[in-house]
Design a protein around this ligand. Structure first.
Ligand SMILES: C[S@@+](CC[C@H](N)C(=O)[O-])C[C@H]1O[C@@H](n2cnc3c(N)ncnc32)[C@H](O)[C@@H]1O
Length: 280
């Protein structure tokens, strides 16, 4: 289905390609464990553990489904992309209480009032219209259950004197004219660390203090950026154009005096939105 239709913003099929799913599994950063602890503590303010079911919507290859299994009796990861689900299911470390299914955010394969948590990591910007997702979440959540939406923002490299230039080069890649046509406004907002979700519950909160911290060499950094669906769509649609990721790689290599293995401290801001369905 990848590439079906002429509309470059035909988002629902962005993640259908198996090569993209493989890039995801290999290169997507995990989230820090404190993120899941923060969500579990929020849930615990109104509900007592053990928590029964967490549904991870737009689960990709299971980046959040696996750690959620520490806090829930069962986790259901759903994703519109069969390729992503296949990568998630074949993961050698898949915990026994985690199940994956191909499915749509607008028709969650879980009964009414069946889930203690519905979460979505760096995926809800694809759910359009988001109100239909909120309605479906409200159907599956138990009273007092929570919706948690979290997103990585733009990574920053903090590698000493070259950081500013490396970050400028990354920004040039992100803002590449051709590639921006392939992402929705909310993905732009996430990259600008400007994302907002209006979860339709009165009891809600937003956490901006979490970050993902890594030490990556050049190939890890480039591998992560290559897993961006809009970049993959761009290079497939313009095979004759210069590859903006290759240009970025060459620039960072220059700035790091040709040392490919130099480890660069990399930080991602994480924004977490949580809302609680009323108890009654
Ligand atoms: C950027 S990935 C995030 C994967 C993972 N949750 C993470 O945090 O790394 C977004 C995922 O959302 C999925 N997705 C997009 N639209 C969807 C929909 N309507 N229903 C279910 N999944 C969807 C895509 O297939 C993709 O795997």
């Amino acid at each position: 289905m990848e590439g079906s239709g002429n509309d470059p913003r035909n988002f629902r099929h962005f993640f259908a390609a198996s090569d993209l799913a493989r890039l995801y599994k290999e290169h997507r950063p995990t989230y820090p464990l404190i993120l899941y602890k923060t969500i579990a503590e929020y849930l615990g303010q109104k509900l007592s553990p053990p928590f029964s079911l967490a549904v991870d919507v737009g689960c990709g290859s299971g980046q959040s489904s696996f750690p959620l299994s520490l806090y829930f009796d069962g986790v259901l990861g759903i994703d519109i992309s069969a390729a992503q689900i296949s990568e998630a299911q074949s993961h050698p470390d898949k915990p026994r209480n985690v199940e994956f299914r191909v499915g749509d955010a607008f028709e969650i394969a879980s009964g009414d009032s069946s889930a203690t948590l519905v979460c979505s990591g760096t995926a809800a910007h694809w759910f359009d219209p988001i109100e239909d997702f909120y309605r479906e979440v409200d159907r599956v959540l138990v009273p007092g259950g929570c919706l948690a939406i979290f997103t990585y923002g733009t990574l920053r490299v903090n590698s000493g004197q070259n950081s500013d230039q490396i970050n400028d080069a990354i920004d040039t890649f992100i803002n590449h004219n051709g590639a921006t046509a392939f992402r929705p406004q909310k993905a732009e907002d996430a990259l600008d660390n400007n994302l907002n979700y209006h979860i339709p519950y009165t009891d809600k909160t937003r956490v901006d203090s979490l970050t993902g911290e890594f030490h990556w060499n050049l190939n890890q950094l480039v591998g992560y950026l290559s897993s961006w669906s809009f970049y993959q769509r761009y290079i497939k649609s313009r095979p004759r154009e210069a590859d903006p990721l290759l240009q970025l790689k060459i620039r960072i290599l220059e700035l790091n005096s040709g040392a490919e293995e130099t480890l660069m401290p990399v930080t991602f801001p994480i924004t977490l939105f949580m809302g609680r369905k009323p108890l009654e």
